[in-house]
Design a protein around this ligand. Structure first.
Ligand code: ZN
Length: 313
């Protein structure tokens, strides 16, 4: 099952959702914590479901689950047992599935769109470290160690019924390769791979983006490839770079252009542009086929993207 292909067969582009954490904070959740939105999974799960619902209403074709920073190790450190940790990770999928099913149960929501799907977030090892290294890489771990880190969460997310995996905010090639290898252990599951970038040409750790993309060209379970949580100003060039080496659908869901301060656990600077949703139209024209927003983007940004996606044929 490839939910991306099912939508792109019928629509010119697929609308990814926007930031989860930003919306949770706007609704009063305190995310100043190493476990970030995972903390809300523990304490305010209804709030997560509400944000998913709002993104579906805004026009998102997919919800990315609140498992980005939810890891077994992270929860065990907080005093949970391993089985409680797995249950909590699976809860992130259940919340998104429930939000989707409730949204789709209302037939008035069907007009001009496909049934949305749930992409389970597989955040990078750097998100577990909670020191901003998802924008740097250089973990000093082997591919095998990264596979051991990712395997149990990927298994939990798949078993919870996610439609696919969103392997996102990956700063280095070795981590993408570890994930790609692991995917073979779950042959019925597809995934997207999304890197963070340093600039117009390089991913965060310094590898050439076009070369990274090329590595996965022949991998049948990787349904799309691209960039997220990177400044919008680099996105057009990165799309052009990806097109040199891949025929897979290219996905982009940049952040608002502000920069992340891992020490303060906060975002600084001004958004790069007035209208994120309008700027995203240029990425579609460049050839991106899955488009949404990462940190600091909102349901309103997604609503603007969905409005031009569903009227351009
Ligand atoms: Zn982000």
């Amino acid at each position: 099952m490839n939910p991306i292909a099912s939508i792109l067969d019928h629509f010119p582009a697929l609308v990814i959702d926007g930031a989860l954490a930003t919306e949770l904070e706007r609704r009063g959740c305190n995310l100043k914590d190493d476990l970030w939105s995972a903390k809300v999974l523990l304490q305010q799960p209804e709030m997560i479901k509400e944000v998913h619902r709002d993104y579906f209403k805004a026009g998102a074709d997919c919800a990315i689950t609140a498992s980005y920073q939810a890891t077994i190790e992270g929860f065990v450190k907080r005093g949970l047992s391993k089985s409680q940790a797995i249950a909590l990770i699976q809860k992130s999928v259940r919340l998104a599935l429930e939000a989707r099913d409730e949204f789709w149960a209302d037939k008035s929501n069907h007009a001009g769109r496909s049934r949305p799907f749930v992409a389970a977030s597989v955040g990078p090892y750097g998100a577990f470290l909670a020191d901003g290294s998802e924008y740097r890489g250089h973990y000093g771990l082997t591919e095998k160690e990264l596979m051991d880190f990712h395997c149990p969460r990927m298994k939990a997310l798949i078993e919870a019924g996610a439609d696919m995996l969103a392997c996102e905010t990956i700063p280095c090639l070795i981590e993408a390769e570890a994930i790609a290898k692991l995917l073979k252990e779950f042959p019925n599951t597809v995934a997207w791979i999304s890197f963070t970038a340093l600039d117009e040409e390089y991913i965060s750790e310094g590898q050439i983006f076009a070369d990274c993309v090329k590595q996965f060209e022949g991998h049948p379970q990787i349904a799309a490839i691209g960039i997220n949580c990177t400044s919008p100003k680099y996105i057009s060039s990165l799309i052009r770079e990806a097109q040199k080496t891949t025929s897979k659908p290219i996905l982009v869901y940049p952040n608002s252009g502000e920069t992340y301060d891992a020490l303060e656990n906060d975002w600084n600077g001004d958004p790069a542009c007035d209208s994120f949703g309008e700027q995203a139209r240029a990425w579609y024209r460049m050839g991106a086929r899955l488009i949404g927003g990462c940190c600091r983007t909102t349901p309103e940004d997604i609503r603007v993207i969905a409005s031009w996606v569903r009227t351009s044929r």
